[in-house]
Design a protein around this ligand. Structure first.
Ligand code: PEP
Ligand code: MN
Length: 241
């Protein structure tokens, strides 16, 4: 609730959380399962946000539809063709993340698998690809992919600088860079207590850091007026511009 309230207050539209988590190690936190989806839905309904969460199994797609507004296909499942077909058939909007080693062509064709199954509501997400130097970053956020995808596809694309870098201090500069490159949105990991987060604490902003970063980003995209007031609707934004 605390995280959802901060997100809403700062102008975010979606609440994303992993309930079924694709962890590298089977000994790490695997998510709360359906209970986690219930929590997300409750927090989203109370704050007026929309819910996004990752599905990993075709058997869970129907159940997901009861809880989420957007179904996420995570990076590791970008080419799980059965899963792409299942979310296509489900008809819910899909957030498709780029595979850690996927070419742009493979990424766009993965989106085609969803659209070929009668679902054209697809949002793409650049979340970094495997580089050769993981000393300073977890992945290499491929910023050029954003204008390239804008050139070759009509689909919206957002960026995930949190998984894309793995380091919280890189989230603000890479968020700004992604927006300047043309990203239609951002996915940023935030946590009320990152040091004790069950997953990805090192890349999560605490709520104070998030408010500060988000204020800068809102300013960058013209969502804050000259008196530093958050502009909540497109109409209000037009009035300021
Ligand atoms: C996530 O967004 O929760 C996630 C696990 O990211 P990715 O699939 O990009 O690794
Ligand atoms: Mn994460």
């Amino acid at each position: 609730m605390e995280i959802a309230q901060a997100a809403k207050e700062m102008g975010c539209q979606f609440l994303r959380g992993g309930a079924f988590k694709p962890r590298t190690s089977p000994y790490d936190f695997q998510g709360l399962g359906e209970k986690g989806l219930q929590y997300l839905k409750e927090a989203a309904e109370k704050t007026g946000l929309l819910v996004v969460s990752e599905v990993m199994d075709t058997a869970d797609v129907d159940m997901f539809c009861d809880y989420v507004d957007l179904i996420q296909i995570g990076a590791r499942n970008m080419q799980n063709f059965k899963l792409l077909k299942a979310v296509g058939k489900a008809g819910k909007p899909v957030l498709l993340k780029r595979g850690p080693a996927a070419t742009i062509r493979e990424f766009l064709l993965a989106a085609e698998h969803i659209m070929a199954n009668d679902n054209d509501k697809v949002i793409l997400c650049e979340r970094g690809i495997k580089g050769f130097d993981s000393t300073y970053t977890r992945n290499t956020l491929d910023l050029a992919a954003i204008p390239i995808i804008k050139k070759y596809s009509h689909l919206p694309i957002i960026a995930d600088p949190s998984h894309g870098t793995g380091r919280r201090y890189l989230v603000e500069p890479m968020s700004k860079a992604a927006l300047i490159a043309g990203a239609n949105g951002l996915m940023i990991e935030i946590h009320n207590d990152p040091e004790n987060a069950s997953s990805d604490g090192a890349q999560s902003l605490n709520l104070t850091q998030f408010r500060e970063v988000q204020r800068h980003l809102n300013k960058l995209i013209g969502r804050i007026d000259y008196d530093n007031k958050l502009i909540k609707s497109e109409k209000e934004k037009e009035a300021v511009i």
